[in-house]
Ligand binder design. Structure first.
Ligand code: AMP
Ligand code: MG
Length: 488
């Protein structure tokens, strides 16, 4: 809700730059409902001015006026290195609507564009749109996407592509990078405004704490620890966990070269440009913790307002130590749920880790494997369990299945009831790269039907949808290694 800071050092007034002849590429009915946009029978806004607004060609609809569009300044660590000032290089915050912020990504240059053109291409806009809405339907905190608007305006990346604007929605787009920005400028007054605003709007419970700013840090860190556990559980790799891409609300933001795991590989790297594997699947929790350390050091001056240097450091250091504890608890809960274990035993962790190791060794498809675990009945014989065929190490998976059946026998829920619950945590449908790629290739020829179809499928990721069975399947071999770079 409304960017908290006024003044040129924090944000610049930035009207979007128009694009020629905009058209709808995709529109999310569910996001529109969130912000109370009246829709016609075709599930597009009744008010035609929305297309002009979301393309950046106008600042008003019949019922909304966005008089103060801004781009905000932030800084950050990129790939572990301090990158200095970044800022909204191509994101323009239009303003508030129904308690959410509405932002256009790719709506032209801003004061923070540096060498960039301020634009986004159709390809990356479709990916951000579909994944934002897919993550929401998976129950994972995320910024939302309202629409993608396209134009024939050329945009040069590795090749010539066309422009698009993705309209994003979130209660706040404040990032760790906003804190780092004012900390690096040693501007404690600004840091305080930022923190006070977050507490007032999004973390009101912090006010009841003895040290509200410390509580704010703990809350942000805890949300991000839980978030990354949810990513691990669903097999999502963000791809660019730079501190400027980490939300102060614990939302998944800034979708770029992300990927859902197909074949499970613990050290899978989804971003083609991530040569060292800094943001590989198994490193995400550590890297999020590292980002929280960046936040802690940026917030240090706030704790020092009421405590000595040394006390403040000790307080933040011990708050930071809560991250791995929160993460581990959330991870264990998520994976117990994925296995249908509703009671908890110490040995469950070893059972989960053994399964992941076996999946890694045989490169088993992540989503279909977890989904199929729900089909196992307590009384089944190991030799009759179809999923064992996916593993090369037969003895290993047979022993695991035997132990799993023994463990399941201790659960009081019947097979049907357990299956129903497991099917609410193990999705059938995720945004696999090859599905997004196919939809993008058609969209690049002006056929948006596959984008719409994917949005509909991914809106109900836990439903069986027999008519869409093929969308749940692992990609064919030649589609497994689609590489996604930072270029967007
Ligand atoms: P990202 O890698 O998308 O998180 O972007 C890092 C920084 O570069 C952010 O400040 C972006 O706003 C900015 N940026 C990325 N692409 C562009 C672009 N095409 N034009 C201007 N700024 C950009
Ligand atoms: Mg970013």
């Amino acid at each position: 809700m409304a960017f908290p800071l006024q003044g040129d050092d924090a944000a610049r007034h930035t009207p979007p730059t128009p694009i020629p002849d905009p058209y709808w590429v995709a529109f999310s009915k569910s996001c529109a409902e969130l912000i109370d946009i009246p829709l016609a029978n075709n599930d597009l806004p009744t008010d035609h001015k929305w297309l002009e607004l979301l393309s950046g060609n106008s600042l008003e609809t019949e019922s909304n006026q966005f008089t103060a569009p801004i781009a905000s300044a932030y800084s950050g660590h990129q790939f572990g290195v301090w990158a200095g000032q970044l800022g909204d290089g191509r994101a323009i915050l239009l303003g508030d609507i129904a308690n959410q912020e509405l932002q256009l990504k790719g709506a032209g240059k801003t004061a923070y564009s540096r060498m960039g053109d301020g634009r986004a291409v159709l390809r990356s806009s479709i990916r951000e749109f579909l994944c934002s809405e897919a993550m929401h339907s998976l129950g994972i905190p995320t910024s939302r996407a309202l629409a993608v608007v396209g134009s024939k305006m050329p945009v040069i990346r590795e090749t010539r592509e066309t422009a698009a604007v993705c309209a994003r929605v979130a209660p706040s787009f404040v990032r760790v990078g906003h804190f780092e920005h004012f900390a690096s400028l040693q501007n404690t007054e600004r840091l305080k405004e930022l923190a006070d605003d977050l507490i007032a709007k999004h973390y009101p419970d912090c006010r009841n704490s003895k040290i509200p700013y410390l509580e704010l840090f703990k809350s942000i860190s805890s949300r991000n620890a839980t978030l990354v556990a949810q990513w691990q559980a669903v097999g999502f790799c963000h791809g660019v966990l730079n501190s400027d891409n980490i939300s102060a609300l614990g939302l998944t933001i800034d979708y770029g070269p992300f990927g859902f795991l197909d074949q499970f590989q613990i050290d899978h790297i989804c971003n083609h440009s991530d040569h060292s594997g800094r943001y590989a699947y198994h490193r995400q929790p550590q890297v999020m913790h590292w980002n929280m350390a960046c936040l802690a050091s940026a917030m240090l001056p706030l704790i020092e307002l009421s405590h000595s240097d040394e006390e403040a450091q000790t307080l933040l250091r011990s708050a930071l130590e809560e991250f791995p504890i929160t993460y581990a608890a959330a991870w264990q809960k998520s994976f117990r749920d994925k296995l249908g274990l509703h009671t908890s035993e110490e040995a469950d962790i070893e059972l989960i880790e053994r399964l992941l190791q076996l999946m890694h060794d045989s490169r088993v498809d992540y989503t279909t494997l977890f989904r199929s675990l729900g089909n196992i009945d307590k009384s089944t014989l190991v030799k009759d369990i179809a999923l064992r065929d996916h593993f090369i190490d037969r003895d290993g998976i047979d022993l695991w299945l035997k132990d799993y059946l023994t463990r399941l026998a201790k659960e009081s829920l019947g097979d049907e009831a357990r299956r129903t619950i497991m099917n609410t945590v193990n999705p059938k449908y995720v945004l696999r790269n090859h599905l997004a790629q196919h939809a993008i290739e058609l969209a690049q020829q002006d056929d948006f039907s596959e984008v719409h179809k994917l949005l509909n499928i991914l809106n109900k990721p836990f439903d069986e949808q027999p008519e869409n069975e093929s969308y749940s399947q692992a990609p064919a071999e030649h589609l497994q290694s689609i590489s996604v770079s930072c270029s967007s």
